[in-house]
Design a protein around this ligand. Structure first.
Ligand SMILES: [Zn+2]
Length: 345
């Protein structure tokens, strides 16, 4: 019972900070005590269950009260004739408009990569499961698919699979590889980037959004190695942040690269000098993106012979880079449409 009281304290405190109040009912702490009802010895179960239910009902009542408050706001009649005597509303004059920070920074990133020889591709906002998964060496029922939980349509393609709102820009890899294969065979390299919108089934918080942006690069030629991958990313990031950075890679796992790495850089804010730095939590290093050598099966899926050609690929969050560059603390600012935030760019 003490435990329930403790959870109650935690949840009420969190409730005050939540934008979507109903999210409190999804709290892992609440799920945990609900699940525990079954494990409590039989003679205490009824009392324990009642306490947990009381807590849940208390939270539900709080949410309901809040919803009621909102509903009771005076209704606005959008069909009412315009009041010609009303003052001019405080709108942003079009001459003061500016590009959204994401648009602006994507253009800047694309420009850097273009100067490095990468061709820029748009991604897409609906795709089939072949491009999102199969062509990238995620066979059906592969557990790694769970990490890319995203939105699907009710409609199905000819193979009976639902269409998908891509969870990564890698959904373009197979198409790009196929399109540029002829130039590879002419002795040129494949160097392409796709910086665009992706979707994940995420609960929103300061670090997670259901809709966000990724930057992605692929490079294929003869004799490509991991050193070239690291040097390319380092150069790109140094240009982006406008300063020298140190980088390091640690082994990781992705189905579409082998070997795969987690790529980290020295904190561009404190350069590892400040133990109280919020950006890197005083670690001095920031894990920034995933990368690796393109898996032979991914090349083969695009009819490229992995015995002859090798390549590297990377993918990472665009907002993450922008937040680091400008010291933005909360991801939700980007989609908030708040002029106070947007006017700073
Ligand atoms: Zn730092």
């Amino acid at each position: 019972m003490e435990e329930i009281e403790k959870v109650r304290g935690i949840l009420l405190e969190r409730y005050a900070t939540l934008t979507v109040k109903a999210d409190v009912l999804k709290a892992p702490e609440l799920k945990q005590i609900l699940a525990k009802i079954r494990e409590v010895p039989a003679e205490q179960r009824a009392a324990y269950g009642r306490e947990v239910n009381n807590l849940r009902e208390e939270l539900q009542a709080k949410i309901a009260a809040e919803v009621k408050e909102v509903v009771e706001l005076p209704p606005i009649d959008v069909t009412a004739p315009m009041d010609v005597n009303a003052g001019i509303p405080d709108l942003l004059p079009s001459s003061n408009g500016s590009q959204h920070p994401i648009t602006k920074e994507i253009a800047y990133m694309s420009d850097i990569l273009q100067r490095m020889g990468f061709r820029v591709y748009e991604s897409r906002e609906i795709d089939n499961q072949y491009h999102m998964f199969e062509s990238l060496n995620f066979p059906k029922d592969h557990p790694a698919r769970d990490d890319y939980d995203t939105f699907m349509t009710v409609e199905e393609d000819k193979d009976g699979s639902r269409f998908i709102a891509p969870a990564h820009t890698s959904t373009m890899q197979n198409r790009i590889l196929r399109e540029l294969k002829p130039q590879l065979e002419d002795g040129d390299v494949i160097a392409a980037t796709s910086i665009d919108r992706v979707f994940r089934n995420e609960d929103l918080d300061a670090r997670h959004e259901h809709t966000f942006y990724q930057h992605e690069g692929i490079y294929v030629s003869k004799g490509v190695n991991a050193g070239m991958l690291v040097a390319t990313l380092q150069k790109f990031l140094e240009e982006y942040f406008g300063k020298k950075i140190e980088v390091r890679v640690n082994p990781f796992y992705f189905p579409f690269t082998e070997p795969s790495f987690e790529f980290s850089l020295t904190c561009p804010f404190c350069e590892g000098e400040d133990k109280t730095c919020k950006v890197c939590s005083g670690e001095g290093w920031i894990e920034l993106l995933g990368c690796g050598m393109i898996h032979p099966k991914v090349l083969r899926a695009a009819d490229i012979d992995p015995e002859v050609y090798t390549g590297f690929a990377w993918g990472g969050g665009v907002e993450r880079l922008i937040m680091m560059k400008y010291g933005i603390e909360d991801l939700r600012h980007f989609e908030s449409a708040k002029l106070d935030f947007l006017r700073q760019f």
